[in-house]
Design a protein. Structure first.
Length: 297
């Protein structure tokens, strides 16, 4: 999981750099986060249908598929395509198979792969989807070039990278100092820099995805951001997700957060506290995902 913690599908691409990401532990959070963002991703796939002839798409690669929530959405969006969920985590791939089976999506298959080493073995595709997975590869420029090489003529590469960090609480929660989530983001950004630097073959790269896609020999075909907006009051399912989100932040960031912020999180996660996320009426989810697309000539 990347330090951005979008929980929408940051997944394992097979790099093992000691970055202490337990993908199986994260599986329920990844899955719930992606499920909650289904409306957003339906808007994304509808847009993709304007960029590529849906009826002509025969094979889709979901690179870093995680538990397969988005793989199944891609199968719905491209009804004539085989969708291959690609990941390095066997448990994640099993969850993807179970989800596809429960939905009757026999066109969704899985592929265990360690990237970037196994990229060339993935085979050709009409659409390659990589949501929050590319930044787990040390040499992002080389990874993009390798993925671009798998595209059939006219094929589309889709990257979900960047956007706006999600917010779940007001600026002033009445617990601790105002601005807690901004400080959590800062701690995550620090972790993320260390994670990137520790990846095998890590190369520092500006997040100029349009330039990187062009450098991979592709023609950019549009970038859009999509809003994920779940206003208060939220359902029990959304509240449970927010509780899990803050629990993960508290456990994973630890000493990267100031002592008073850790104490604030402890209160926010205490079911007995009237201002906890378990009980407060002002919990919400608001964020944005940015989608970059490029086409092979």
């Amino acid at each position: 999981m990347s330090a951005h913690h979008h929980h929408h599908g940051h997944r394992s691409t097979g790099t093992d750099s000691g970055t202490d990401i337990d993908w199986n532990e994260l599986l329920p959070l990844l899955e719930r986060g992606a499920e909650l963002q289904t409306p957003l991703y339906r808007r994304v796939t509808a847009w993709l249908g304007d960029l590529v002839p849906t009826a002509g798409v025969r094979r889709v690669l979901d690179v870093g598929s995680g538990p397969g929530v988005l793989s199944c959405l891609l199968a719905e969006a491209f009804p004539y395509a085989e969708v291959v969920a690609v990941d390095s985590g066997p448990e994640l791939l099993q969850r993807a198979r179970d989800r596809a089976a429960s939905l009757g999506l026999t066109r969704v298959t899985t592929r265990h792969a360690e990237l970037p080493a196994d990229t060339a073995d993935l085979g050709p595709a009409d659409v390659i989807w990589a949501a929050g997975s590319l930044h787990h590869l040390g040499d992002q420029r080389a990874a993009l070039a390798a993925l671009a090489g798998l595209l059939r003529p006219g094929g589309l590469l889709v990257l979900v990278e960047g956007g706006l960090q999600s917010r779940h609480l007001p600026q002033h929660t009445g617990v601790g100092r105002p601005g807690l989530e901004a400080r959590i983001d800062a701690a995550n950004a620090d972790w993320f820099s260390g994670m990137r630097a520790a990846l095998p073959g890590a190369k520092e790269e500006v997040d100029d995805w349009r330039t990187l896609l062009t450098g991979a020999g592709l023609t950019p075909s549009g970038t859009r951001s999509f809003l994920h907006d779940v206003p208060a009051p939220v359902t029990d399912a959304v509240r449970d997700y927010v509780v899990s989100h803050f629990t993960w932040q508290r456990d994973s960031l630890g000493e990267r957060l100031a002592a008073d912020d850790r104490a604030a999180l402890d209160r926010l996660l205490d079911p007995a506290d009237p201002r906890s996320v378990h009980r407060r009426p002002d919990v919400f989810v608001l964020g944005a995902r940015t989608v970059h697309t490029a086409r092979r000539a």
